[in-house]
Design a protein around this ligand. Sequence first.
Ligand code: 1PZ
Length: 175
Amino acid sequence: MDAGAFSRAFSNVSVLFGCLGIAFKFAEMDYVAKVDDLVEASKSISTLPSMVERDIQTDTVRKPGSHTRNLLRVKRGIDMVKVLFEQILVTEGNSLRDAASVAYAQVFAPHHGWAIRKAVSAGMYALPSKSQLLKKLNEDEESAKVQMQNFVRSSAPVICYVDDLFTSRNLGIDW
Ligand code: 1PZ
């Protein structure tokens, strides 16, 4: 998979962050820094497999700030958005809290320490309502439904692809 196309596509997730308010500023900064690292790296390393291969050669796969480590974090971010959309699609009512809590619990919580998990669960109370979010995104229920379904459908193979990239090289995906 082309590294530039991948990282540019998922830098768009920061638009969503922009609508969530300051409670998730820290998560946004962390995510944006990691995507930006991949965007920069893709200028000299053209594909995701070659990016990972380089870190394997230099034994820096799990090193803080490595491209491979950042790729795993960004993949989780995409997975979180996918699960969040799936949950929003099946949840009634105007609150995003249940959908966001399920997505966080499923994707990130197992990898975050106590302090971050507490901060995130506190932040969940500061989320905008679904109708406020739609308004900020310039969407209505129907248009948002179509966009979310599209994201869920098209992100699934990308998530699988990155998982395969890690597991096929025995790098593990649970760190
Ligand atoms: C309605 C939507 C609610 C969205 C809630 C988003 C919650 C995500 C909270 C994440 C807090 C991140 C704090 C930083 C954690 C870092 O320690 C780790 C490890 O980084 P490293 O050690 O490798 O440098 N970073 C991460 O786990 C990546 C976090 C990215 C968060 C992306 C979430 C995308 C979801 C967006 C939904 C709009």
